[in-house]
Ligand binder design. Structure first.
Ligand code: SAH
Length: 349
């Protein structure tokens, strides 16, 4: 390859498309729904309460972006069928997934969990019109990023050639909020346009037909810089530039940039930490309920709850941002945490 090589976001998009098409991601890393059924159940309960606050629209679209193995939605469906049959009946189920292989895995996971048909789409814009509740766990972190490196008074962009970074002049996004302060020489700034496009399209839909979304991911909620690109293979960090398609490439989500791209008129909630969000949704009570029902597994169930919510595990690094439009009262899980109210913004990374 001549020139500076392949732009990082193009490299990442190609690598992840190959990875999700050919590998089972979950041998390389474990996500919250794979840790415990409680994660999907609590989100299922959240959907039911949100649907009620939206005025019980019938029908409404329940959408998941980047469903992986389909575990979160299968657990949510089992709960909805059992405890919120009216919500389950009004629901139309739509999955946003680009990997044909993972679509098959999701269909299998959902086959016994829900009695309703499931539709797959490659893009949010293809989901039919109507009120919507959307869930996305570790979806935004998989979307391709660009990286810019501070050089003197300007910026160069990172490209990939022969498994190494090259740098070249490029069109740096002028007025990026991270640049209001002086940026030290050599520091890295990341942008993720597909994530911004996604929340813009999502917000536009919510404004038009009402609805809500919970975006869960690891990331930060203040203008920040630093290289957060990472690759995991067999649960261990590996060089992200080697063997594209053989490891999952992710980057931390910039929740502040996300919030700034939500169309005006949509309420933005948080972000809050995953620990606080799951506590507000009743993780402790559900843990003890399951532990009582299965005493032989009580230690395991409590350990899983700790892993999801403890600050030194996933409870602090993972954050949840809510969006809503046309909802009566505060968005469940984010009470008093509407962004712009002076309480909604979390700590920095
Ligand atoms: N939510 C799941 C899986 C996260 S892995 C969990 O919590 O376990 C990321 C998921 O997003 C995979 O299903 C992957 O195939 C999907 N994905 C990645 N890029 C995508 C894109 N551009 N459009 C739609 N889905 C995408």
């Amino acid at each position: 390859m001549s020139g500076p090589g392949e732009r990082l976001d193009h490299f990442m998009a190609r690598a992840n498309a190959a990875y999700y098409a050919g590998c089972d991601p979950f041998v390389d890393f474990i996500t919250a729904p794979e840790i415990s059924q409680m994660f999907g159940e609590l989100l299922g309960a959240w959907v039911a309460v949100v649907w009620d606050r939206l005025g019980r629209p019938d029908p409404f679209m329940l959408v998941e972006a980047g469903p992986g193995r389909g575990t979160l939605m299968a657990d949510a469906q089992r709960l909805l069928r059992r405890v919120a049959p009216a919500c389950h009946k009004a629901m139309r189920l739509h999955m946003i997934e680009t990997s044909p292989r993972l679509r098959g895995v999701q269909a299998h996971a959902l086959r016994d969990a829900t009695a309703v048909p499931v539709c797959w789409h490659g893009d949010l814009r293809d989901v039919p019109d109507g009120p919507m509740v959307l869930l996305a766990n570790e979806f935004l972190d998989a979307l391709p990023i660009r990286q810019f490196v501070r050089r003197g008074q300007g910026w160069v962009e990172r490209f990939v050639r022969d498994g190494a970074f090259m740098h070249a002049a490029s069109d740096f996004p002028a007025g990026h909020p991270a640049c209001v302060r002086p940026v030290p020489e050599g520091d890295v700034l990341e942008t993720c346009q597909p994530a911004l496009d996604f929340v813009h399209a999502l917000g536009t839909r919510l404004l038009r037909w009402s609805g809500a979304a919970a975006l869960i991911d690891y990331g930060y909620d203040a203008p920040a810089w630093g290289d957060s690109l990472q690759a995991l293979r067999d649960g261990r960090p590996t060089d992200p530039l080697q063997g594209p398609g053989s490891a999952d490439l992710t980057a931390h989500v910039d929740f502040r940039a996300i919030a700034d791209h939500v169309p005006r008129g949509v309420d933005v909630w948080g972000s809050v930490t995953q620990g606080d969000f799951l506590a507000a949704l009743g993780l402790a009570a559900r843990t003890e309920q399951l532990a009582r029902a299965a005493p032989a597994q009580a230690d395991e169930i409590r350990a899983a709850a700790m892993r999801l919510a403890a600050p030194d595990r996933m409870g602090q690094l993972f954050r949840v941002m809510g969006l809503s439009s046309g909802l009566a009262g505060d968005l469940p899980g984010f009470v008093g945490r509407r962004a712009g109210d002076g309480t909604g913004r979390g700590e920095t990374r």
